[in-house]
Design a protein around this ligand. Structure first.
Ligand code: MN
Length: 470
């Protein structure tokens, strides 16, 4: 059976589907591959390798597995046009492949045979993948008719254990549902913005540099597409500062009905009473908080509905007064080295104050006690390894000349400042995600609103934050 683009075009009605029309394209030097998670009549993953100007395609019902013992059925289907690798969206019901397509992984591939087309014809195609979720050596082995087996070859590459953990598009970060409802990580629409009345827009929040309330509204408006994934379904506390940075500040920890875009969540407290907390429902909810003079946002380390199961750890390095920035940076590096010994991936952000925050996505924690014990142990290891530099003891007396490795925020109900949140510290700055390589270049309170917005145009330094499972 001929499985070329002609078959592809014959199967589709292009007046009804937004999938691209099949035409051959010349190959660029590096061959590309894509894996598309396809929720159709049957849930499957489409595995596509660029070859001679189109995409050699397989439907893999269970998706690829890093376990070298697993042989995953891969059904050879018609070639797809190269452009198909960019397709993410819905295919109308009743049409061929009707359902939702998510770009699950993408990258380049290298055939391990000189002539991959011939290798394919002979029934054994070996290759390496350079994707974000799929890496290392793999093979496709023919066994009968259109049925092939996709298999991980032995090498040093370790990957995910459970494919189901990845629920977002590698390219647009959208979930299947968001793709279906065509809700991208969106900007706030003009209509929505018009519905928020900003009172006292010219109110001075910071004198030097001069920043007004409206400046903060604009900042959050622009940063929200990047910030929302961190806020979504997370309980939060807001710091309100009705009279600007120099005025009195209030912590808003409990739900208030005045903002209709807040979700109320009851949590049993230790005394068995129920307390009401909140999370924001959507970007507008956050801007309404800003309207109500809430400028700083602090988050729980767990997500609704699994409030009692933390999914990230945050370490704050809290230096004694007058300790040099160099020593704080050394502390961050030392902490990272301990995490690396444990094979944990971590992310860095400026605190907006005196230090840095190290954030560790932790999908395997069972409860808050485990999170707290784990974080405390890391702090203790640092204290034992470098007793003159670090302390895990919260008491001020034991901090003299040292850095307190603050593990205490990894407890139920504790919060830490959200990525991209403004800080109303000595000067107004942002708690900004940065690259590890930028640690020595960026001061903890250096990122102003302007700098933060400029940095948004660059690649997201925490791009794979939500892909980590560890
Ligand atoms: Mn498919």
């Amino acid at each position: 059976m001929k499985k070329n683009l002609e078959t592809y075009n014959q199967k589709r009605n292009f007046t009804k589907t937004k999938e691209p029309i099949g035409k051959k394209e010349p190959s660029k030097r590096k061959l590309r591959f894509v894996v598309q998670h396809h929720l159709a009549r049957k849930d499957h993953y489409d595995f596509r390798l660029e070859l001679h100007g189109s995409l050699l395609s397989f439907a893999v019902p269970k998706g690829p597995s890093y376990n070298t013992q697993d042989k995953r059925l891969a059904i050879h289907v018609e070639d797809h046009p190269l452009e198909y690798r960019n397709f993410e969206g819905t295919i109308p019901k009743g049409e061929y492949g009707g359902g939702t397509v998510m770009i699950w992984d993408e990258g380049t591939w290298t055939p391990l045979d000189k002539d991959p087309a011939l290798a394919f014809k002979n029934g054994i195609l070996k290759f390496s993948l350079e994707g974000k979720r799929l890496k290392g050596k793999w093979s496709l082995i023919h066994f009968k008719e259109e049925n092939w087996l996709l298999r991980k070859e032995k090498d040093s590459v370790k990957g995910f254990k459970d494919i189901k953990r990845f629920t977002r598009s590698i390219r647009t970060k959208r979930t299947m549902r968001e793709i279906e409802t065509n809700a991208p990580k969106r900007q706030i629409t003009k209509e929505e913005m018009a519905n928020i009345e900003i009172t006292n827009p010219d109110k001075i929040i910071s004198r030097n540099p001069k920043i007004t309330k409206m400046d903060l509204v604009h900042y959050y408006q622009k940063v929200l597409p990047r910030m929302m994934p961190f806020l979504e379904k997370r309980l939060m506390s807001t710091i309100r500062s009705p009279n600007g940075m120099e005025g009195e500040k209030f912590y808003k920890k409990h739900f208030e009905a005045s903002n209709q875009n807040l979700r109320k969540i009851y949590i049993p407290s230790d005394s068995n009473k129920k307390e009401d907390y909140y999370s924001i429902k959507n970007p507008v909810g956050l801007l309404q908080e800003v309207q109500m003079n809430g400028y700083e946002f602090h988050l729980w380390g767990s997500k609704i509905p699994k409030i009692l199961k933390p999914d990230m750890l945050v370490f704050d390095l809290d230096p004694d007064q007058n300790l040099s920035l160099e020593k704080v940076r050394q502390g961050v590096k030392d902490l990272k080295s301990i995490l690396e010994e444990l094979s944990l991936v971590s992310f860095l952000k400026t605190s907006g104050g005196k230090g840095y925050h190290i954030v560790v996505p932790m999908t395997s924690l069972k409860n808050w006690k485990e999170a707290r014990d784990f974080a405390q142990n890391i702090a203790k290891i640092m204290e034992i390894k470098w007793p003159l530099r670090y302390t895990s003891n919260v008491r001020m007396k034991s901090r003299k000349g040292k850095i307190f490795i603050d593990w205490i925020r990894n407890t139920k109900g504790a919060t830490s400042v959200a990525p991209y949140s403004v800080r109303l510290k000595k000067k107004l700055s942002v708690s900004m995600p940065i690259r590890w390589s930028e640690l020595d270049k960026i001061k903890p309170d250096e990122i102003t609103l302007d700098l933060a917005l400029k940095r948004l145009k660059r690649k997201d330094p925490w791009e794979n934050f939500f892909d980590i499972s560890q």
